[in-house]
Design a protein around this ligand. Sequence first.
Ligand SMILES: *Cc1c(COP(=O)(O)O)cnc(C)c1O
Length: 411
Amino acid sequence: MIPYRVWAEVDLDALSSNLAEISRLAGPGVGTMLVVKADAYGHGAVAIAHHAVRCGVAGFGVGTSAEALELRLSGIRHPILVLGTVVDGEVPALLGHNVEIGLHSLDRAHKLQVEGSRAGLFARVHVNIDTGMSRLGVRPQKALELMRAVHEASHLKLAGVMTHISSPEGAMDPRTDEQVRIFEEVLEAAKAEGMELGTVHISNSAGLFTGLHPLHDLVRPGISAFGILPGELPGAEALQPILALKSQIVFMKDVPNGRGVGYGSTWRARGDRRIATVPVGYNDGVSWRLSNRGEVLIRGKRAPIVGRVSMDYTTIDITEIPEASVEDVVTFIGTDGDERISVEEIASLAETIAYEITCAVGRRVQRVCVGGQDLILPSQRPTQQASSPAARSYEPKVSPPADPVAPRVRR
Ligand SMILES: *Cc1c(COP(=O)(O)O)cnc(C)c1O
């Protein structure tokens, strides 16, 4: 018996391997700030971050203050940067937990200074320079002034300087050259004034995999660590998918010719068909757009999603898999036998980007970590070996059951 309606298997060995590849591409002396916003793109930030620490990452980037605090409270002591922006009310908790904050304006710098001096703490900030994304960040013309203000303030510390590349094609897009040029100009001007910049970082996954340079001190990959590259970028073959989304058949029924299935009867049986009902819906991460389009794997074979995906249930035509039975594993993302359904395949069917597919894996989906015993990064220190007691204290708090998929799958 499988103890979950629906679960997401997160392969920590594949994560180790992807982080090693990222580290190899980044080159010596360039650290990894793993981006784990949106619950690590739906994979479960706490377990991902604890394993990434064991793999030697330098720190974490998150999207919101709550995400930063969740990691701190789970025991992560590495640097954590709120990449975007925060709201005033969140600042005291962030300072109290030594969370680094992206800085975009003088106004915010003043507020952080006030809060820092009130608490008797340093606000560690990364000045974000808008070199072309036009979303967040200070204009390049104002960047130096902001950096000087940080240096002059008694309770601010310039922990880093960053920018963000807007093109999904990274360095393959000529517009990226322009962003890099603007960024370098600001850095040069700051260095000419003898300013300490902290850690300088620019590259996301797209930049890293297309050879953006210079990378400076840190790279900020997200999606590639999870085994996915946006678009048709080179180097995807060196990455391993880490996510599988699975459920089980809870109900089967034979429907006669002409019978409609699901809301709106958008699918009708042609001839006698057998339908399996699976307790996974769009709330769990199976896009509504996969209605009458997507496929799943059952007993190593593909079977079509028929009718509309609903909030809690999906219906599958299993007529061509007569051996299928209740409690069979149903794979929405991942491998079963020789067949595999990738996040990229689903994203293309659902006419969206891979990011949205993994982020959509819902709260009701149990995250189950597999692997993670073998650490393969050269940056491991001996005290972090899996066998040492120190390493055991780093075990993810989301503890996986011994065998999440029971014996049924391996028949
Ligand atoms: C999300 C994000 C990243 C990571 O981007 P990927 O495309 O997932 O590698 C890096 N930097 C910033 C500022 C981000 O918001």
